[in-house]
Design a protein around this ligand. Structure first.
Ligand code: PLP
Length: 448
């Protein structure tokens, strides 16, 4: 935490408000560690129990999290408005930024032509009574998902404002604060932050290249998980894709657990170059989310949500009471993007480029004797003995990567390298730098 930010307050409420205000204004950075309880209690001349209560309050509200022996730190996405720049770790302009997990905006389809196409065909304004998920879009989504192997017989389809919106809605209508959710570990940092903000507990499931490890899911479900969230392909940060065999094993783990909500996140969607293996409806509640963010751009803020009729009906009903629906203008645009052959070709081209960049780095690392992970998607995950050292060594070599601590609960340390914008000329120096960064620090030779 920066020296200049003075936490104030004489009671737990005032202390937590002071910290919240620092996070909101950006004077306390994302990822910053708060002072130890004892140190802050001394400075504020209050009891350690008062500071501890303030920290617990901030934790329950999803603003901070425990960071093992290092204490308490501000979450990656705290549940309070922060400056947008605060959402990622600051990267100096002279570094090659491989830390952000973003798609390459240069290969996304430009939307202007399709927006004009939609605008030219807009009918009269849509009122409250007619609005909702557009039948033209949901009718097109059904066969599209079925072709990829999503079991669409008897499935309902609706539309949400992206994956996290779909997951948030599913969890709030099916679970209660304090319930536990099984999540991949390492896993998607934004999902961890969302669960914290909803007051839900996380139960980590270890992952390998084929998805969550069945025993880990079995343990999480036995420990009381009321929901499991599985990334179908391009798992963030490891790039794992659920294999046919793994999907079968996970179905077996989940069968006989009617009370567990199964959520499948297929955010790689049209960009994925490996087949989809869906877990499907094996418990009492099931939903499958396909976002438009990666193939068509995160700013679209739209996803298609399919699943059991009862699971989806709860989401639709709750949404109707609140935000209502996703604008039909946006839904028309997604439908157009799906049906425009030029866009389809462009997305296929982007998928090829990501594949080339990812394989380029994986192969170069292998030549250094390192086996990194990245079966699909835009990230490569590299196990390292010491994250802080690895991130520091890579910074000195000119590369910013994401520390694995953002994505880990119990998983061993690593770094996430986003390859979406990686140029061929960086692959050799970057892989050499990663190989150096992953080596344990050499003991200093005592001078004689
Ligand atoms: C695992 C995972 N799921 C989904 C998404 C997309 O989320 P949204 O649809 O909310 O943009 C991302 C984006 O990085 C992701 O990493």
């Amino acid at each position: 935490m920066p020296e200049q930010y003075q936490v104030s307050g004489r009671n737990a409420e005032a202390i937590s408000e002071s910290i919240e205000s620092g996070i909101r204004r950006g004077t306390i950075d994302i990822g910053a560690h708060l002072p130890t309880i004892r140190m802050l209690a001394e400075v504020l001349e209050v009891s350690p129990a008062t500071v501890s209560k303030a920290y617990t309050h901030l934790r329950h509200r999803g603003l901070v999290e425990a960071d093992g022996r290092r204490g308490t730190r501000v979450r990656h996405r705290p549940a309070v408005a922060t400056p947008r720049s605060g959402l990622s770790l600051p990267v100096p302009a002279d570094l090659v930024d491989l830390s952000d997990g973003e798609p390459d905006t240069a290969v996304l389809p430009p939307l202007n032509v399709d927006i004009c196409w939609v605008a030219d065909r807009l009918g009269p304004p849509v009122g409250y009574a007619q609005a909702g998920a557009m039948p033209e879009l949901t009718d097109a989504a059904g066969p599209r998902l079925a072709r990829d192997g999503v079991p669409m017989e008897n499935a309902a389809v609706t539309v949400t404002s992206g994956t996290l919106d779909a997951i948030e809605r599913l969890l709030t209508v099916h679970l209660r604060p304090g319930d536990a959710v099984a999540v991949e570990d390492p896993g998607w940092a934004n999902l961890f932050d969302l669960l914290a903000a909803l007051g839900l507990r996380t139960l980590p499931m270890a992952v390998d290249d084929e998805g969550p490890i069945p025993e880990a899911m079995r343990d999480a479900v036995a420990a009381g998980a009321r929901a499991v969230v599985v990334t179908s392909r391009a798992q963030n940060p490891t790039g794992a894709a659920v294999s046919a065999r793994r999907a079968e094993e996970l179905r077996e783990v989940l069968s006989g657990r009617p009370g567990v909500l199964v959520v499948e996140d297929d955010h790689a969607a049209e960009l994925a170059r490996v087949p989809l293996h869906c877990i499907g409806p094996v418990t009492g509640s099931w939903a499958f989310v396909r976002s438009a963010s990666k193939p068509f751009g995160p700013d679209l803020r739209i996803a298609v949500l399919a699943g059991y009729e009862a699971t989806i009906a709860r989401v639709v009903g709750r949404m109707r009471i609140g935000s209502g629906w996703v604008s039909t203008i946006l839904q028309s645009l997604l439908l157009r993007l799906w049906e425009n052959d030029e866009v389809v070709t462009r997305v296929a081209d982007a998928a090829g480029r990501y594949e080339h960049r990812r394989h380029g780095l994986l192969d170069a690392l292998e030549a250094h004797g390192m086996r990194a992970h990245g079966t699909t998607g835009i990230n490569v995950w590299v196990r390292v003995p010491d994250e802080a050292r690895a991130v520091g060594v890579l910074r000195d070599a000119g590369y910013a990567v994401a520390p694995g601590s953002l994505f880990r609960i119990d998983a061993p340390p690593g770094i996430r390298v986003t390859v979406s914008r990686l140029n061929d000329e960086h692959i050799a120096p970057l892989s050499a730098a990663i190989a150096g960064a992953a080596r344990p620090a050499r003991l200093a030779t005592p001078s004689r």
